[in-house]
Write a new protein. Structure first.
Length: 245
């Protein structure tokens, strides 16, 4: 938990830089524009379509037309907001995360060598495959939405999972050697998911939700770079200890 708190503390300290705010706001602004277009042109269509599926059809059959319309409207908004957050994740990973890593590596981690590979193809493939699994998870768990509260919990969980997969992969891919990558992912797998869960809660906040992916990327950047630096330090100490023996 100390590692997570340290990453959050350093992320807050990074907010004093104007460049960091640019990295955070750019994906959110672009996603907000797309979200506005979806609300204007697609929301009505989604609501009408959702009214043709359970449990809205059940409510209509029982004469609860108002409840069916409210539930369909809520579902339409959830779909649009989730799609917009998904777009913000993509934009952050492919557009601003590389720039953010360049800035943080020079300002906070100048001693951390890049031992990985900066592959756009690998990053895009990770994003595409993660999105496919994200959508599949949504579809498979849709029946659970009938359980009260799960319509909020499930989108929250899947967004946390997607951000953990996307951002931790792209960061470690650039800075970590394959053995370091495996070591960090295995040792800190729980912490990486906890960060995703904590930060994805921001997606539920009005007007802040679209900033959540970029803020999450910032926290993941500090967390991954910090634990990677300390992992290398532990490896050096281990080697020196063996030499002394």
């Amino acid at each position: 938990m100390d590692d997570i708190l340290r990453a959050i503390e350093r992320s807050l300290a990074s907010l004093k830089y104007g460049k960091v705010w640019f990295f955070i706001c750019l994906p959110a602004i672009l996603a907000a524009l797309i979200m506005t277009i979806l609300v204007i042109f697609v929301l009505g269509f989604l609501i009408a379509k959702l009214l043709d599926y359970p449990p809205m059809t059940w409510l209509n059959a029982w004469g609860a037309f108002g409840a069916a319309k409210i539930l369909a409207t809520l579902g339409g908004w959830v779909l649009i907001v989730s799609a917009s957050c998904l777009l913000a994740v993509f934009l952050t990973a492919d557009l601003t995360l590389p720039l953010m890593l360049n800035f943080l590596s020079s300002s906070d981690y100048p001693d951390l060598a890049r031992r990985g590979r900066d592959s756009t193809v690998a990053s895009v493939w990770n994003g595409v495959s993660g999105t496919c699994l994200f959508v599949l998870g949504w579809v498979v768990t849709l029946p659970l939405w009938l359980i009260p509260g799960f319509s909020v919990i499930l989108p929250f969980f899947w967004m946390a999972w997607l951000m953990r997969r996307t951002f931790s992969h792209d960061i470690l891919m650039v800075f970590a050697a394959p053995d370091e990558w495996r070591a960090v992912r295995e040792r800190y797998s729980t912490s990486l998911l906890v960060i995703g869960c904590m930060m994805s809660a921001l997606t539920l906040a009005p007007f802040v939700g679209l900033l959540a992916p970029s803020l999450t990327a910032l926290v993941y950047s500090h967390f991954c770079l910090d634990v990677l630096r300390r992992t290398r330090g532990e490896a050096v100490e281990s080697i020196e200890g063996k030499d002394i023996e």
